[in-house]
Design a protein around this ligand. Structure first.
Ligand SMILES: Cc1cc2nc3c(=O)[nH]c(=O)nc-3n(C[C@H](O)[C@H](O)[C@H](O)COP(=O)(O)OP(=O)(O)OC[C@H]3O[C@@H](n4cnc5c(N)ncnc54)[C@H](O)[C@@H]3O)c2cc1C
Ligand SMILES: Cc1cc2nc3c(=O)[nH]c(=O)nc-3n(C[C@H](O)[C@H](O)[C@H](O)COP(=O)(O)O)c2cc1C
Length: 750
């Protein structure tokens, strides 16, 4: 096979090596425009897991690289005058120049031809090769030449960074967070060979401009950074290497192969340098491509197999990298944290390191986090001392007004479609009762509607007639008597999403029979075939407001501990907040402030009707996942407005506003919105959405991303989720007297 690789970076050279090794008859040519020692940057970092892959793929290269690598286990975090060290991380670093030398030598020894100084602007002369590797980096000209086929996109991020070197031998992977008059500067520094370290300086665009770095030459950049970090550099100089300030671009491509051309490495995908994996991804691409070519006779089958295997791995890492880069874009937000929490938050930012696996790497550090967290939680809850040993964060108490929750797990509101004319029955008693006995700190009812017309479906529960109070009281009393859980009432009105079928008969689908007239902020149907809601008049608004206040009083009579107003998911009040569903031209439509008027009026009426000692939560959709809809910055404003009026906690959900939403799902996918609201609006938050592991809950809490974790489907699957968490985490939760014999029982799950 005749192979041409455009680009002699890690992707092109390593693929050339592996292909030549796989079959020495291959004729392989690598075209590189620059001299190999003319490379940008200084060092690259590999984790221990990456090294195992490399060792298997080509032991010779691996050994040569290992010989030149510096190794370290520690991460040092310099923050507000403190140095926090976490250990057990297992990295190695290597000079990029040394790595390219090693790769080029190995490739040449195997018989690969490397042509230096060839800048491939027009690939036509090379396209008759059997296989063309587009390994020409993030700005790949070859990829862009076939834009229609590859469908590339680059998301340019707002922060600016410069890649510098220094002779200061950092003993650990080191982060500095240092403020000057211009703003906050972040440094990522590590030693990659004896006496040489990478020193990447990063800042927000406004900080960078304020320091005039947008106009700085390379020399001026060096001078500025040397002065700013004089103390940290301990007398060592900074060294440039084509050190221009850049923005990071996240590269993605819809397709990675076209005819006989295949994208590898940065040409196909980039991952922010703070997860240190670009080189690893490039080299692993080469490994999988070589294996796929060996396994498939047909070139296109091989390229398809390569993309099918690599894409999910790369996309998962890009998701982690995205969370990590957003952390560095928003670090200012976290500068108020206590040092130990700041460090934990930083270490767990990309979700790849959790409370659990950090405990394996560095048990002492996690113990200190848990101790600190438990102390703060006990203090805030009005308790004297936390128990010893410290509970996992999940099992710490949380107070809102007079409501004291025993732990941080919440059963999310979940419609059961099992009521008749709004009256809850034995199903609801068993459903909510079981979950309360299951150990959660707080159990929410499903969305319970303040009027008959406000029900999502004929099976939804309500709080609009006297018998509802009695029926709910039976459930509330059971929860209070049989468990230590508290119980909350979620109140709502379905608005334009009312009069629809039960979920299992057609989610959000209009009723075939027995329907009723519906209303909304504006006369826009949910689906084109849905019923068109009536635009609410002022009289309708007064009626709804009063119905909410009445339902709140009834909820208090039933004994509920907390109220949650459902102002999310496109239901009535959410339909006022979102610009996609509120097109009103009166004082209740237009700007966010005007769209919030009616929801705030309802909130005020409910706050006045609900006892001062009891808290209120508002569930919002932080984003609409649709163009022109709510964005997370709007959600901060929304949260602030409720906070100012006496809301105690925001339950941060997202979406379900419009039928053509395009959510980005994933593990904990809505937690970043909760995190943002918690700091930017300064109000406690609950986070919900694809949370299912105990360790994720501990991580979210200890990192300060939310105050409570809300789980829905995990609780449908396992009503005893919290008890299982206790067992797994070595904690104990009291059993009801009836189950006391379990104290001497040891479960076996496998
Ligand atoms: C600040 C910063 C820090 C980083 N830190 C790390 C880290 O710690 N660990 C890590 O793993 N990764 C890191 N990376 C990422 C890493 O550098 C890249 O992901 C990796 O180099 C990708 O390899 P590649 O071969 O795909 O592309 P590149 O390394 O970019 O190589 C592409 C090659 O193609 C050549 N080329 C381009 N166009 C042409 C053309 N038209 N004709 C001929 N030749 C051409 C270029 O000269 C270059 O040599 C970092 C990146 C940045 C920006
Ligand atoms: C069966 C079911 C019913 C739901 N009903 C409600 C509801 O009544 N009110 C509400 O705010 N959210 C409702 N939701 C959304 C959940 O509360 C939660 O936000 C969502 O399922 C994401 O959490 P999860 O990933 O833990 O399941 C419902 C979800 C499910 C699965």
């Amino acid at each position: 096979m005749r192979v041409v690789a455009v680009g002699g970076g890690p992707a092109g050279l390593y693929a050339a090596i592996l292909l030549k090794k796989a079959d020495p008859r291959h004729d392989i040519l690598v075209l590189e425009r620059n001299r190999l020692d003319d490379t940008f940057g200084f060092g690259v970092v590999f984790s221990e897991a990456t090294q195992e892959n490399l060792e298997q793929a080509d032991p010779e290269t691996f050994v040569a690289m290992a010989r030149r690598s510096a190794r370290w286990d520690d991460i040092d975090i310099h923050y507000n005058g403190n140095v926090l060290r976490s250990t057990g991380h297992g990295f190695s670093g290597l000079s990029r120049r040394a790595m390219l030398d090693i790769l080029a030598d190995r490739a040449t020894a195997l018989g690969v031809k490397i042509e230096i100084g060839t800048d491939v602007q027009d690939p036509t002369p090379y396209l008759d090769a059997d296989l063309v590797l587009a390994a020409d980096g993030a700005n790949s000209a070859l990829r862009d030449r076939f834009t229609h086929a590859f469908g590339p996109s680059i998301d340019w991020r707002p922060n600016r960074f410069v890649w510098l070197g220094t002779t200061r031998p950092f003993p650990a992977f080191t982060f500095y967070f240092k403020s000057d008059v211009h703003g906050l500067w972040r440094v990522h520094a590590y030693q990659y060979e004896q006496g040489h370290s990478t020193f990447i300086v990063e800042a927000r665009e406004e900080t960078w401009r304020a320091a005039c770095m947008d106009k700085a030459t390379e020399d001026e950049t060096i001078r500025f950074c040397e002065e700013l970090f004089a103390e940290e550099l301990e007398g060592h100089r900074l060294e440039p290497n084509r050190s221009i300030w850049r923005s990071f671009g996240t590269v993605k491509a819809a397709h990675w192969h076209h005819k006989n051309i295949v994208l590898l490495g940065d040409a196909a995908h980039t991952a922010h340098f703070s997860v240190g994996s670009g080189t690893k991804l490039a080299m692993e691409d080469a490994i999988v491509l070589t294996r796929s070519l060996g396994q498939h006779r047909d070139l296109h089958d091989a390229l398809r197999a390569y993309e099918a295997e690599r894409r999910p791995v790369v996309e998962s890492l890009q998701r982690a990298a995205q969370v990590s880069l957003e952390y560095f874009e928003n670090t200012e937000r976290y500068m108020q944290l206590e040092p130990v929490q700041f460090a934990f938050n930083l270490l767990t930012r990309s979700l790849r390191i959790t409370h659990d696996n950090l405990k394996v790497r560095d048990p002492r550090f996690v113990e200190s986090v848990d101790r600190w967290f438990a102390g703060g939680a006990a203090h805030a809850a009005g308790m004297r001392e936390p128990p010893l040993p410290s509970p996992p964060p999940l099992f710490t108490p949380f107070r809102l007004r007079e409501l004291l929750l025993e732990n941080r797990v919440v059963v999310s509101p979940m419609c059961q479609y099992s009521a008749e004319d709004g009256t809850p029955n034995d199903w609801h008693l068993v459903h909510l009762g079981a979950r309360a006995i299951g150990g959660a700190g707080l159990v929410f009812t499903e969305m319970t509607d303040v009027t008959r017309e406000g029900r999502i479906s004929p099976g939804c529960t309500g709080m609009y007639k006297a018998e509802h109070v009695e029926a709910w009281k039976r459930i509330v009393d059971f929860v209070h008597q049989a468990s230590r859980a508290k119980i909350g009432l979620q109140l709502g009105h379905a608005g334009r999403k009312a009069a629809t079928k039960k979920m299992w008969e057609g989610d959000n689908e209009p009723l075939d029979s027995g329907t009723w007239p519906i209303m909304g902020a504006s006369p826009i149907p949910y689906y084109p075939h849905s019923q068109v809601p009536r635009q609410m008049t002022r009289a309708d608004m007064t009626g709804v407001r009063d119905a909410f206040a009445r339902a709140a009083r009834m909820g208090n009579d039933a004994g509920f501990d907390i109220l949650e107003l459902h102002f999310a998911h496109g239901y009535l009040l959410a339909s006022f907040i979102s610009p996609l569903t509120n097109k009103r031209e009166d004082e209740y439509g237009g700007t966010l402030e005007r769209r919030m008027r009616f929801p705030l009026e309802v909130f005020n009426a409910v706050r006045n009707a609900w006892p001062v000692a009891k808290p209120i939560s508002v569930r919002i959709s932080a984003v609409d996942w649709a163009p022109g809809g709510l964005e997370s910055a709007d959600a901060v404003q929304v949260a602030r407005a409720f906070k100012e009026r006496g809301c105690d906690i925001i339950d941060v959900s997202a979406g379900q506003t419009v039928a053509d939403q395009a959510p980005v799902y994933g593990r904990l996918f809505q937690t970043p919105f909760a995190d943002r609201i918690r700091y930017d609006a300064g109000i406690p938050v609950m986070t919900v959405g694809n949370i299912s592991s105990f360790t994720d809950v501990n991580t979210i809490l200890a990192a300060g991303r939310a105050d409570l974790c809300v789980l829905a489907r995990a609780h449908l699957y396992d009503p005893y989720w919290t008890r299982h968490a206790a067992y797994a985490l070595g904690w104990s939760v009291d059993w009801p007297d009836q189950y006391e014999s379990l104290d001497r029982y040891k479960p076996r799950f496998t």
